[in-house]
Design a binder for this molecule. Structure first.
Ligand code: NAP
Length: 249
């Protein structure tokens, strides 16, 4: 390990972050250190150094940056993880360390797609029509407002079980992406789903549900991404590697 290697903090939790860590670990110029929120019980293996758990807000992250001699930060957190992105932009600016963002593009509505575009979780919970049979695919953290709607049936799909009470009109389906178009169509038909609810996460691993809704003529309640501070952004790992080269040159 060359003493002069550049220490790069990757805010992880996504497939792109994992791929970036592997690419940087293979390059002697860089020393990647991936940070995970610590909410996933069995995270996939990540190349290079890994740490887990919150930093303790902007202050904590700023302290970590200086303690660990971080020279560059890549915010590759999930598009819906707004807090850590805001904290990273602030802590980086305060510490004089550049922050770049690796973020996959959102899904775009295509002709024929029946999307109900909503700004956030609460608007999505209100947008579900009475009597609907909903396939809810927003993860496990924010299911409560959907469970409060007693006039609908909710099938909530997630990787790990929720930490809230599951009412009688809701059902949990534990499953890990990716899913195929055939699997998604079969699930929606079998469960007589009438509406799909999803965050606009983008990417291929969970896109099949959008195609399945289109082919079955089902509406999709599409939750828009939260705003994040503007940063130099790359849509994929290859572009991020070029951006990193440019910034460390
Ligand atoms: P968040 O709301 O942006 O972050 C909440 C707090 O968790 C942060 O303030 C930070 O704590 C800690 N944290 C988050 N990411 C971290 C990281 N990479 N390293 C160290 N600490 C981290 O993010 P979230 O709670 O993870 O997720 C928010 C939304 O994103 C949810 O809707 C969730 O379903 C979705 N989502 C997130 C991920 C993910 O990987 N984060 C993956 C899939 C979906 P401190 O303030 O103490 O530093």
């Amino acid at each position: 390990m060359a003493h002069s290697s550049i220490r790069i903090l990757i805010l992880g939790g996504t497939a792109e972050a994992r791929l970036l860590a592997a690419c940087l670990e293979d390059d002697a110029r860089y020393l990647p250190l991936t940070s995970l929120a610590g909410v996933t019980a069995r995270p996939s293996k990540i190349a290079g150094e890994v740490r887990s758990g919150g930093f303790g807000g902007v202050e904590g992250l700023r302290g970590f940056i200086s303690q660990e001699s971080i020279a560059l930060i890549v915010d590759a957190a999930h598009p819906f993880a707004a807090q850590i992105s805001a904290y990273a932009a602030k802590a980086g600016a305060q510490a004089g360390v550049r922050v770049l963002r690796l973020e996959r593009p959102p899904w775009e509505q295509q002709s024929g797609d029946d999307w109900i575009n909503v700004a956030d979780i609460d608007e999505a919970a209100r947008a579900m029509p009475e009597g609907a049979r909903v396939l809810l695919t927003i993860g496990r953290q924010e299911v409560a407002p959907f469970f409060e709607r007693e006039d609908i049936h909710v099938m909530a799909r997630m990787i790990e079980p929720p930490q809230v009470h599951v009412p009688a009109h809701a059902q949990i389906l534990l499953a890990r992406p990716p899913f195929t178009l055939e699997q998604e169509c079969a699930l929606m038909k079998e469960q007589r789903i009438t509406v799909l609810v999803t965050k606009n996460s983008g990417g291929d691993a969970t896109f099949a549900k959008i195609g399945a809704a289109l082919s079955l003529g089902l509406p999709v309640i599409m939750i828009a991404r939260p705003e994040k501070p503007p940063l130099d952004t790359a849509p994929g790992v290859e572009d991020m590697l070029k951006l990193i080269e440019k910034h460390v040159a």
